[in-house]
Design a protein around this ligand. Structure first.
Ligand code: ADP
Length: 469
């Protein structure tokens, strides 16, 4: 089924709710009107019986039956509804009977059978009448007084009211529904504007933003949320583009080197075997470097896609650092550096992917060795403090300029491009290290002074729960 617009659905709901409300209101109003009409008429009938009773109590002993009838007749001419009135005694003898009731021969209940006052609605010769009969006792004798009121006007008024309700209800419904539809489409038109503006934004113009009307309502929040989302998407896309450009650039250099070495070797035939071997050595070296960059890129790509999940288990961090330090020592020796490791016996437990964490330390030791001139020192230290295992790798190397510290964990970032490339770095080591440390819910930072050296600190939470071990 084709789904309708929100504006239409809102108007439909509004119509349904309004219809129910109006129907309930109309029925209630009609019944309330009817009850109030009956109430007024019944009060008047009761008053008339009260008047007759008072008259009889005052006059019955002093007047004869004929005089009483005359008095009643007079009253019937003067009083409202006076011609609709009759009184009988306990034997059924008429004390008085107005002409119209006599003509219509309206029956009356004897006082003995009328324990409680009674209302009756009767139709007599096209006229609707409401009768009220009450038993009264005057001077020890019981009588039935019956009065009536012509209901035609009241019924006509009620009928008119019913017609007004029947006509007004659909009219109101139509007006209210049209108003509801107009209101809902008006209220939702900014949403259309927002979606049209959002449709115009694509990957080419991610810098564009939606207009934010300062209304302080949900629509303002919606525009702001979409703008914030666009900003996040924009920066991700920028990073992706940068990453792709850097990666291609990084791969182009070794590939062209490989190509050049191969071309030079092929161009001149009949060279001594030593020259071929040298060319092959260069090719191999560049191929190794390229495959390292490709490995790092693939690792980061998997990290970005969230597919690279580290297998964390309880491990002794002292053991991990010691393993890395052993490898680091050899590296330092190759670079003519002093190496100092201060690692406690342990065990000190953490939740870790052992290989990944060892890789972090190797990246740091490798950097320390790369960026420290020969004769300098590289140190690895460990301490457990404030619930964290803290491994530090320090060197007495070239250091990092203050303004560069903020960038060293960015992908492909190198302080000295030429020098770093010469040493085999693609600027990916620290970004991989940072990602691994963050996977361990830890952090990595650096203190450095240009010309004096750098110290990298890796913090990983200690395992606090005995059960984890
Ligand atoms: P690279 O492969 O170039 O070493 P990294 O991501 O490991 O890439 O490091 C990024 C940059 O940070 C390096 O190019 C270098 O400029 C700087 N850097 C990293 N470690 C050190 C260090 N111990 N001393 C001085 N500079 C460093």
């Amino acid at each position: 089924m084709k789904s309708r617009s929100i504006g239409f659905r809102l108007a439909a709901w509004y119509f349904a709710v309004f219809t129910c409300g109006l129907a309930i209101f109309s029925v209630a109003a009609w019944f309330a009107m009817r009850a109030s009409v009956y109430h007024a008429i019944d009060d008047e009938l009761r008053d008339r019986v009260r008047g007759v009773t008072q008259f009889m109590e005052n006059q019955i002993s002093s007047l004869s039956l004929l005089e009483i009838r005359d008095e009643f007749r007079e009253h019937s001419v003067l009083g409202p509804g006076g011609d609709l009135f009759q009184v009988c005694d306990q034997q059924g003898q008429w004390l008085y009977r107005s002409v119209s009731l006599e003509n219509a021969n309206v029956a009356i209940t004897l006082p003995a059978s009328l324990s409680t006052p009674r209302f009756q609605d009767l139709q007599i010769q096209k006229h609707w009448l409401r009768f009220y009969s009450q038993r009264i006792v005057v001077n020890g004798k019981a009588y039935t007084v019956q009065v009536a009121s012509l209901m035609n006007e009241a019924y006509e008024a009620l009928e008119r009211f019913r017609l007004i309700l029947l006509l007004a209800t659909p009219l109101l419904l139509i007006l209210a529904s049209a108003g509801g539809y107009w209101l809902s489409t008006r209220a939702l038109s900014p949403v259309d504007d927002i979606s049209q503006a959002a449709q115009r934004i694509s990957i080419e113009n991610l810098e564009d933003r939606l207009n934010v009307s300062k209304t302080g309502d949900q629509l303002q929040r919606l525009s702001e949320t979409l703008n914030a989302m666009l900003a996040r998407l924009g920066s991700s896309v920028r990073r992706m583009k940068q990453f792709t450009a850097d990666a291609s650039h990084e791969l182009r250099a070794p590939v062209s080197l490989i190509r050049t070495s191969a071309e030079v070797a092929v161009q001149k035939r009949d060279r001594p075997a030593g020259e071929y071997l040298q060319a092959l050595d260069e090719i191999l070296e560049e191929a190794e470097r390229t495959s390292q960059v490709v490995d790092s890129l693939m690792l980061l790509a998997r990290a970005d896609s969230g597919k690279e999940v580290s297998e964390a288990s309880v491990a002794d961090i002292c053991g991990i650092i010691r393993g890395a330090a052993d490898q680091g020592e050899k590296l330092a020796r190759n670079h003519n550096l002093n190496f100092l490791a201060q690692i406690p016996e342990g065990p000190i437990w953490i939740q870790a992917d052992t290989d990944a964490l060892r890789r972090v330390l190797l990246i740091l030791i490798d950097n320390a060795a790369k960026y420290t001139p020969s004769g300098g020192s590289v140190g690895v230290r460990f301490e457990a403090r404030d619930g964290f295992a803290i491994a530090s790798v320090s060197d007495t190397g070239i250091g990092i300029a203050k303004e560069d510290v903020a960038h060293i964990f960015d992908r492909f970032w190198r302080a000295d491009k030429a020098r770093s490339r010469e040493q085999g770095g693609a600027g990916l080591g620290l970004s991989i290290a940072k990602w691994i440390v963050e996977m361990h819910r830890g952090s990595i930072d650096v203190e450095s002074e240009p010309g004096k050296g750098s110290t990298f600190h890796v913090r990983v939470p200690l395992t606090s729960n005995e059960k984890d071990r």
